[in-house]
Write a protein that binds this ligand. Sequence first.
Ligand SMILES: [Zn+2]
Length: 596
Amino acid sequence: MPDQVNRRLNPRRASFPLFAGLGLAAAVAAMAASGVAHAAAPPEPDLILFHGRILTVDPHDSVVQGVAIRDGKIIAAGSDRDMLRLAGPATRRIDLHGRTATPGLIDSHAHIADAGVVELYHVDLSDASTVAEVVRRVQARIVTLKPGEWLQGDGWDEGKLAERRYVTAADLDGVSPRNPVWLEHTTGHYGAANSAALRLAKISAVTQDPPAGTIDRDAGGRPTGVLKESAQNAVRDLIPPPTPQQQRDGILKSIDDLHREGMTAVKDPDIGQPVWDAYLELLHENKLSEHICVLWHAGSTLASARAALTVIQSLPRPPQSLGDGLLLSCGAKIYMDGSGGARTAWLTQEWHKNSTDIDRGNVGYPSTDPEIYRQMVRLFQRAGVHVGTHAIGDRAIDWVVDTYAQVLDETPTMGLRHSIIHANVPSDHAIETMAALEKRYDAGYPEAQAPFMWWIGDNYAGNFGPQRAQRLVPLHTFLEKGIHWGGGSDYPVTPIAARYGLWASVERETLKGTYGAHPFGTAESVDIHAALRSYTVWGARQLFLEDRIGSLEIGKEADIAVWDRDMYTMPAQDLRNLKCTMTLLHGRVVFDSERP
Ligand SMILES: [Zn+2]
């Protein structure tokens, strides 16, 4: 099917304007057979984009000058002459003035609902460069709060702090004597509480680490305030959740940010009922101007998995959607391990510190009991439900791909597209297994974040150590093995813009260069063509939307991003500085830099 569409679209192979859909297929076939261009009355497009360089990302990577759009879908693509010939009196024309357009970009892993709330209501620490700066920002917000009110901050990363150490309660207590404080690390896998928060959470020197969690302690055994993985819950559970209004506003804020970056589809992994309700409400109010595919939080027990399954079974299954492709309940999210930032991800070899030091005895740990995990996946597999599993460390990734292989062999089902979220340092065995699963079952796809190497790359390089770092996010090997992956930001772990991911897929540079500019090497780089596919067609597949979006082909939706430069010909080093000038969703302009 894609090849046929392409033959009709590709200007090198056909010299007349071509139409599809809206009952015109027969006319097109007759036209093609007779070779007569004017045999069928052309449908009048609502909109024509012309005088552009349109990277269609079709199977042949065709580049065309223009596209014609009707009822939100692409009805023709080709030369300016052929597109403009279709225009009628009511057709709107947008002159791209030679600018480049691509399919709307797709993020296969971004927590946009949660992150929007963070952006609007929490103290932003993502660009703090010293502990003192973190403390100053906390102090500035504290004075606006009533005694006892929670202060929440987000986005700090010791890899970006001059001191290269955690923020601790001792740093925070001086400015927050009467308010509990929780500052989440940018990865979301650990955070820093002040002493007031620790008291409320009943965490003291005698508190034991919970299962799959770590209470960081000083030399005297006293909690430092840093809580990792499940240990965070003692504090987090005390913080009032966002109000429904804040949740809605957070989503709308993220959607606006996405439009500004040419992004029209997102997989929001790990949601619960309040977020779903907010999405649904916005959809019903016609305010959900983004394709959203969600994964439901499945917890780490069989009981929590069954509860998630009950919800999933009450909703349409992908590719069925709500709002004509806008909102999809895609499946379930499970965590296999922790973070490369906190050194909690589950490895076969010990973690490093400061690049060459060994973090003796620490190989991380699974965040879900491996046997329970396998039963959870089996439960979803038997119910025909897509699973996305967070797995960072090689040992975690092995367990996840072996689980997928086992349950798929037990209950063979095509097209569930189980994914390995992050897939940071996959073993050779894991890579071979992913390749086999993709071919055999249309499953086992990595949803990888190239921007980790940049935004948290200095921290990562220090923790993974010089050898293992070379294997981080091995996109080139994926490509060699025929593995398709979805690109993503894991926003708010890294900034939302997909242009950073396009750039990082090619350049593999860290933010600060603490351990050199390229501690991850460049052997695993891919070119912009592959990088763009991971943020378009390959991403679309992971959102179960490959028939609707991901490339600019006849019959697909007119989700389009217009850029100030041509990503195929510009220096790759500048990709991160691309500027989106216009974004269309279903042929409707949702962002225009000239009318911001
Ligand atoms: Zn995530």
